[in-house]
Design a protein around this ligand. Structure first.
Ligand code: CP
Length: 309
């Protein structure tokens, strides 16, 4: 049984396979009837213990487009509220013959713990400041479609890298696909220990000139202690893509953000809809990427490495 807990669960062949299946599903999503019978008879559980719009609806819609049934559990409407553990919840779902679960949880390691039970394939939909592998996949895929190749491209990841599961999965994947990664932010929001292939800068205005992709992260107020940010206004002055900074930006730069955006903090509203922004494309590609991941994990052969090309 295979799980997708970390981007490290995928080798390069797996990533290419996901991208190639996603391309096929993109065509399906343009049809009048946007549905295929690939996973008929299967059931996906959505275990979202932390709020989500994009990941949850994207997985739910992806499953439905594949004719896979879905069930959705949240803390407020399940026995988790009565103190039932996530493990017992998962065992209960397994008894009901659920085939796969997507887990979003505030604690790092929650998806890995669930996967270790080997009840069904587990997909990490974001675990605290751990990882968010499908976000990394959809980001890289969207950028690849725009730029044709990521080899040698300069990707600057800006903001609260320290608390970002998106960055943790993304740094590894951008690097693997040949991009040069620079992390940009105040020292308090950048990790101390980084792979040797990553550069660091404290100045957005300097890296902006040389970046092919500007990837802005959300300021995660729910995970920040008061000591990390002197003030949101100071942060905005130094690290936000404001209307004024937009004027000086290269015409061919690509602007990305995983969402949800704190408007007026990391991005001004005008930036979201600028012609250089591919934020809406990221959301669209999330659907085809998640259809591909579900197909590979739930196919009869089960798992990424075993599926023939
Ligand atoms: N990008 C992302 O994970 O968004 P949600 O929190 O809305 O799922």
């Amino acid at each position: 049984m295979k799980h997708l807990v970390s981007i490290l669960d995928l080798n390069n062949k797996d990533v290419n396979k996901i991208f190639s299946i996603a391309k096929h599903f993109e065509e399906v999503l343009e049809r009048r009837v946007k549905k295929v019978p690939a996973l008929i008879g299967k059931t996906l559980a959505l275990l979202f213990i932390e709020p989500s719009t994009r990941t949850k609806t994207s997985f739910e819609l992806a499953a439905r487009r594949l004719s896979c049934d879905t069930i959705s559990l949240s803390v407020s409407t399940s026995s988790l509220k009565k103190g039932e553990t996530l493990e017992d919840t998962a065992r209960t779902l397994s008894s009901m013959k659920v085939d796969c679960a997507v887990v979003r949880h505030p604690h790092e390691g929650a998806a890995k713990k669930l996967a270790s039970l080997n009840l069904f394939p587990v997909i990490n939909g974001g675990d605290g400041k751990g990882e968010h592998p499908t976000q990394a996949l959809l980001d890289a895929y969207t950028a690849l479609k725009k730029l044709k190749s990521l080899n040698g491209k300069k990707v600057s990841i800006i903001g609260d890298v320290l608390h970002s599961r998106v960055a943790r999965s993304g740094i590894e994947l951008w690097h693997r696909l040949g991009a040069k990664v620079t992390l940009v932010g105040p020292p308090t929001l950048l990790p101390r220990h980084l792979p040797e292939y990553v550069d660091v800068s404290y100045r957005l205005d300097e890296v902006m000139k040389n970046s092919d992709i500007l990837y802005f992260l959300r300021i995660q107020r729910e995970r920040l202690g008061g000591e990390c940010l002197a003030g949101i206004e100071d942060y905005r002055d130094l690290y936000a893509l404001t209307k004024d900074r937009l004027k000086n930006l290269r015409r061919d730069v690509v602007i990305m953000h995983p969402g949800p955006v704190n408007r007026g903090i990391e991005l001004d509203p005008e930036v979201i809809y600028d012609e250089r922004s591919i934020i809406e494309e990221q959301v669209f590609e999330g659907l085809s990427i998640r259809m591909a991941v579900l197909t590979l994990l739930l196919s009869e052969k089960g798992g990424f490495h075993e599926i023939p090309a």
